[in-house]
Design a protein around this ligand. Structure first.
Ligand SMILES: [Cu+2]
Length: 193
């Protein structure tokens, strides 16, 4: 066990130039690869998932206007509708009028898995309602405005209190710190190889 250690060190130090050069190059390629991977992970980390209605989820008892006012939706983010499948559904409506009147006839899309993910792929306003008879009228509907990914705050329509801003700043900081930690760990790993 112990006797093998000096041999190992000798083998590493005793490498002829071309091999050690190649090792160094391979090392830097690994670092580059790690940086690319970390950048991709970071992009994913910045794209938030919004669990619709928070802990209460997609339900009649949830106050969706209140929930929306505490959120900032950015391009690339996702909405996740969580509910008991069969009890509710998610119907995307085509217009503000349809949203106001709970007119489900204009539905653009419908989901019913109980864990429905909607990607916010562009800026603009979107409307959702529950497809179960009567539920939309009971307030089970959602109007959200997505802003450009680099926008720092929600648009003027919603009165932005200080708490959502600090929450998003905190989560951005958290993802930044985790990214740096991940980078440092992988760098250490790579340099030890
Ligand atoms: Cu419902």
């Amino acid at each position: 066990m112990f006797s093998s250690l000096p041999v190992y060190i000798y083998e590493v130090d005793g490498n002829i130039a071309p091999t050690s050069w190649r090792r160094k190059m391979e090392g830097w390629y690994k670092v580059l690869l790690v940086l690319v991977v970390v950048a991709l992970i970071g992009r994913e980390a910045m794209a938030a998932q919004h669990a619709v209605g928070g802990s209460q989820g997609w339900d009649q008892s949830t106050n969706f206007n209140k929930w929306v006012s505490g959120q900032t939706f950015k391009v690339g983010d996702q909405l996740v509708f969580k509910y008991t499948s069969g009890l509710h559904s998610v119907v995307e409506l085509g217009s503000e009028t349809a949203y106001n009147k709970c007119d489900l006839g204009s539905a653009k899309d419908s989901k019913n898995t109980g864990n429905d993910v909607v990607k916010l792929d562009k800026a603009g306003t979107r409307y959702f309602a529950c497809g179960t008879l009567g539920h939309c009228g009971q307030g089970m509907k959602l109007k959200i405005t997505t802003v450009a990914a680099d926008a720092s705050s929600s648009p003027g329509s919603s009165s932005s209190s200080s708490s959502p801003t600090s929450t998003s700043a905190a989560s951005a900081l958290a993802s930044f710190i985790s990214m740096v930690a991940l980078l440092a760990t992988t760098m250490l790993f790579v340099l030890n190889m």
